[in-house]
Design a protein around this ligand. Structure first.
Ligand code: IPD
Ligand code: CA
Ligand code: CA
Length: 262
C-alpha cells in the first residue's frame, strides 16, 4: 500500500504532465535565465498547477520549486521540478518529465517522475520499493564498465568552465555508451529501471534529483557524491549507479580529476 501523500503526488505529476503534453511541439514563450539556461511559459504553468494543488490539500507544508524558490511552511517539504528537460522541450525534443520529491525532517520519503509522452510514471517510497506504472523495478545487473550504458549532463556554465568535459571523454572511451539526454530526473529514473547502469553530473539542484534519489535507492542502486561519500540533497556533485559499477566510476572520476588537477 502506498501512502496517501504519494498517491496525491502521483495524481499531481500526471496533471502537470498533461499540461506539458498539451503544449508540446507548439509555439511557446522562451525566456533566458542565463546564457543557455531557459525557462518557458509551460514550465511556469506546470509549476503553478503543482503548487496550487499542494497548497489546497496540504496548506502547512513547505515547497521548494525551481521557478518559485522556497515557499515556507511548517510541515513536510515538497521539492519540485515542473519540467525537467526544458532545453529539450524548447526544441520539441521528446525527452522531459515532471519531478516531485517529498521529505520530512531532512529525510527523503518518496519521489515521483512522470514522462507524459511515454505515459511512464516512476515512483518510489522509502522501504516500499520502486515502481514503473505499477510494476516493481530494479537496477541492472551489469558489473563491468566496458559493457555499461551511462548518462551524464553538463552545467549551464560549461561554455566558460569546460566542466565535465574530461570526465565525459574518459567515460566515452571506457564504457559501451554515454548518453546526454537532457533530463537528470529521467536519467535517475532510468537507472532505477535498469535502462542505464550509471550516471554522474556536477551542479544539479535539489529539484533535479530529490525524486530520482529515492527511486534509485529503492530499486537497489546507490547514490553518492563523486568521491563515493553519502549524497546529501544540495551537494554539488552526484554519482548514481546500479551499485555494481559504482566504485569503478568513482575511481575513473578520481583519476581524471588527478590528471586535470580538478
Ligand atoms: C536540467 C536537466 C539537464 C541537466 C541540467 C539541469 P532543467 O534541468 O536536468 O539534464 O543537465 O543540469 O539543469 O533546467 O531542464 O529543469
Ligand atoms: Ca531540472
Ligand atoms: Ca526545470
Amino acid at each position: 500500500m502506498i501512502s496517501e501523500k504519494l498517491n496525491f503526488a502521483m495524481d499531481v505529476a500526471k496533471g502537470a504532465g498533461e499540461i506539458l503534453k498539451k503544449h508540446f511541439g507548439k509555439s511557446k514563450e522562451i525566456m533566458f535565465k542565463g546564457e543557455i539556461d531557459l525557462v518557458t511559459n509551460v514550465d511556469l504553468e506546470s509549476e503553478k498547477f503543482i503548487i496550487g494543488k499542494i497548497k489546497d490539500r496540504y496548506p502547512d507544508d513547505e515547497i521548494l520549486a525551481e521557478e518559485s524558490g522556497d515557499l515556507e511552511g511548517r510541515g513536510g517539504l515538497w521539492i519540485i521540478d515542473p519540467l525537467d528537460g526544458t532545453t529539450n522541450y524548447a526544441h520539441d525534443y521528446p525527452k522531459f518529465a515532471v519531478s516531485i520529491g517529498y521529505s520530512e525532517e531532512g529525510e527523503l520519503k518518496f519521489g515521483v517522475i512522470y514522462d507524459p509522452l511515454l505515459n511512464e510514471l516512476f515512483y518510489a517510497e522509502r522501504e516500499r520499493g520502486a515502481f514503473l506504472n505499477g510494476e516493481s523495478i530494479k537496477v541492472s545487473f551489469i558489473g563491468n564498465l566496458a559493457v555499461s550504458l551511462v548518462a551524464t549532463g553538463f552545467t549551464y556554465d560549461v561554455r566558460t568552465t569546460g566542466r565535465n568535459i574530461p570526465e565525459f571523454n574518459k567515460f566515452q572511451i571506457t564504457v559501451q555508451g554515454v548518453r546526454r539526454d537532457g533530463s537528470a530526473a529521467l536519467d535517475l529514473a532510468y537507472i532505477a529501471s535498469g535502462r542505464f547502469d550509471g550516471f554522474w553530473e556536477y551542479g544539479l539542484k535539489p529539484w533535479d534529483v530529490a525524486a530520482g534519489i529515492v527511486l534509485v535507492e529503492e530499486a537497489g542502486g546507490k547514490v553518492t557524491d563523486m568521491g563515493g561519500a553519502q549524497y546529501k540533497v544540495g551537494d554539488y556533485d552526484i554519482l548514481a549507479s546500479n551499485g555494481k559499477i559504482h566504485s569503478d566510476m568513482v575511481e575513473l572520476i578520481r583519476e581524471v580529476r588527478r590528471n586535470n588537477n580538478g
